[in-house]
Design a protein around this ligand. Structure first.
Ligand code: NAP
Length: 464
């Protein structure tokens, strides 16, 4: 029997009964060959076929929703409310992206010049490799934004499922595969592979038949796979969406501190802070630090406890806290329950923060670093240390807000005035990306209709 993956339920502290086979290299090779053939024969570039597939996919997902929910909750320990939000987002992405794919397919420019005609349009890049993160089993998972975005533009997709939710991933893959069979479509349009290590994923991105990669996950995973994609004989576009500190800059004498801090505490702790947009760095004027710390402490002490996605994520979080504690004072708000994350904060000065590399990278979990600053020059130095961010929030800056925004826009994909960064909506106006190290390509978004542009390229047909 092949090696198997099992998943874990942190709420019940038990291993889930089902197991899932790890893909062999032969299986991977076969799936890439099928995807390559689909691209060569342009089978999936027929828009009528795609429309029928996406419509039936939404129906099938609705019909199987309760079974999916049970697996999702057992593997991720995320609750019913979160499932519902992610499920709706997954459906919304399928509907919106399938429409956008058709628009892009029809979009073009035709210029009739004196001696020639130029016709420019978009074509799919070809077989896409998709890697999803552990924290969004649906929205960034097997049938999440990257898979649907690539499929909607006419690219066949091979998904490397996340081992921490192998059951959810396999369930979704089986729905897509059974639908391809029902509609008598080639299986190479969509495939799914699993691994408990990095070999299958790394082989996938290094294979010369793969033309584009999309990744959501950690900085180390994203940069490793990005480098492998660039080191190929023919380098390919590889879009890695990674973590971020999501700085929240608080102005002097804030008007409604109490309600904002409550909101902030929820953004830090909800779903155990396992969001790429969790506020992990809070900059407060030195004169307000004591009041602010007292208020945040009050709310963190009362925050709802959440289990982490998996014991390995829980252990990584605690290792990071231990690393921080070696050189900084750390305040933990302890929970009794096993695998439930303790919210934690560190309060330090701007100077200390700048010298502390350990705090310049995301801590995945309900931790935030509170940094007191004396002037805007210090804020600017802090950004030079941390680099690109998915988001930056500016709170109560009034007349200085624009000047600050002009500066932070060099480091940010989204600037939020008077709000918290969590809660990414799937809309045309959304941009979910940012300068490195938050992503590997600052020009693109991984959320919203614009995300489809990652999977197409222009071609010009010149006729004389
Ligand atoms: P992860 O450990 O990087 O895993 C993501 C995927 O990449 C998994 O399939 C993983 O495989 C694979 N992978 C990781 N390192 C690899 C390597 N060196 N070689 C080949 N494959 C590799 O990320 P995660 O812990 O699941 O997700 C949490 C992270 O995602 C956080 O940092 C969070 O901020 C980020 N995130 C970002 C966004 C965004 O849009 N920017 C959204 C959600 C989450 P294995 O699991 O088999 O190792």
């Amino acid at each position: 029997m092949s090696r198997q993956i099992s998943t874990f339920n942190c709420k019940t502290n038990s291993v889930n009964p089902a197991t899932f086979p790890i893909s062999s290299w032969e299986e991977l090779d076969e799936k890439i060959a099928l995807a390559s053939e689909v691209h060569r024969l342009k089978i999936w570039q027929n828009s009528t076929v795609r429309v029928a597939f996406f419509a039936s996919l939404c129906q099938k997902l609705q019909q199987t929703k309760s079974s999916l929910k049970a697996i999702y909750m057992a593997e991720s320990s995320l609750n019913e409310d979160r499932f519902e939000r992610e499920f709706q987002r997954m459906i919304r992405q399928i509907k919106a992206y399938s429409k956008e794919g058709l628009t892009l397919q029809d979009e073009g420019i035709k210029e009739v010049l004196v001696d020639r005609t130029l016709e420019k349009r978009w074509i799919p890049l070809g077989p896409a490799a998709v890697f999803g993160a552990s924290n969004f089993p649906l929205a960034y998972g097997t049938l999440g934004g990257d898979t649907i975005g690539a499929l909607a533009t006419g690219c066949p997709v091979i998904v490397k499922g996340h081992p921490l939710h192998a059951g959810t991933s396999t369930f979704l893959a089986d729905i897509a595969l059974s639908l391809l069979d029902e509609l008598k479509l080639a299986r190479g349009i969509f495939s799914h592979v699993l691994d408990d290590g990095f070999e299958i994923g790394q082989r996938l991105i290094q294979d010369s038949r793969i033309n584009v990669g999309a990744f959501t996950g950690s900085l180390s995973g994203g940069t490793t796979l990005f480098q492998l994609a660039q080191d190929r004989k023919s380098p390919i576009p590889f879009f890695a969406e990674m973590g971020s500190l999501n700085p929240v800059i608080i102005g002097k004498k804030t008007s409604n501190t109490e309600s904002f801090v409550q909101h902030l505490a929820t953004a830090i702790t909800e779903d155990a802070g396992q969001f790429c947009t969790k506020p992990g760095l809070i900059l407060i004027p030195t004169e307000d630090r004591n009041v602010f710390e007292e208020s945040l402490t009050h709310h963190l002490q009362r925050a709802n406890p959440f289990p982490m996605l998996h014991p390995s994520i829980y252990e990584k979080y605690n290792d990071r806290l231990a690393e921080i504690e070696k050189s900084h004072c750390l305040r933990r708000f302890e929970h009794e329950k096993k695998w439930y994350a303790d919210p934690a904060i560190s309060l330090i000065s701007a100077e200390e923060f700048m010298d502390s590399k350990v705090l310049h990278q995301e801590v995945f979990g309900p931790f935030a670093c509170l940094v007191s600053y004396d002037n805007v020059a210090e804020i600017q130095q802090i950004f030079s240390c941390i680099g690109g961010q998915l988001t930056t929030s500016i709170i109560d800056f009034h007349s200085e807000a624009k000047t600050l925004a002009d500066f932070v826009q060099n480091f940010s994909g989204r600037i939020i005035f008077n709000g918290v960064p969590t809660g990414v909506v799937v809309e045309r106006g959304m941009h979910h990306g940012g300068p490195f190290p938050s992503t590997t390509d600052v020009r693109f978004s991984s959320v919203g209709e614009a995300s489809l542009k990652r999977f197409i390229r222009p071609i010009c047909i010149q006729t004389h």
